[in-house]
Design a protein around this ligand. Sequence first.
Ligand code: RB5
Length: 148
Amino acid sequence: MLAIGSDHVAFDFKEEIKKYLDEKNIEYKDFGCYSKERTDYPIYGEAVAKAVASGECEKGLLFCGTGVGISLAANKVNGIRAVVCSDCYSAKLSRQHNDTNILALGSRVVGIELAKMIIDVWLTTEFEGGRHLNRIKMISDIEKRNRK
Ligand code: RB5
């Protein structure tokens, strides 16, 4: 199960991606927003991040104008490794090397067809483990050291 979310800027974009996920029989839970009414991206970044960090959802997709704000918010939740991508290479490597668990896209940055391609690559690429495992542990150690 995927967790998905967006702010108002990327609402239509999220609706298009939902149609695409439906076509591919990929299950998702939509954490909002649910209309184009002005709202704030941290709300949805946190909601999706919590769903992923708790194990309720396996991975997450987040959308805002640039993908930046919503990924920054998601990355504040322990255990989240959210990446903003506008190319397939970074999406693939972010899975292979960084074991990213949330993909953020900017609806004002990438066209919808490129977005679908990036999502496909990201969803189907596995983490390589090996030498990358310790680096992931080093990232979670930073979280532990800086917890208040
Ligand atoms: C909203 O105006 C905009 O700031 C938001 O969609 C996003 O681009 C933030 O990073």
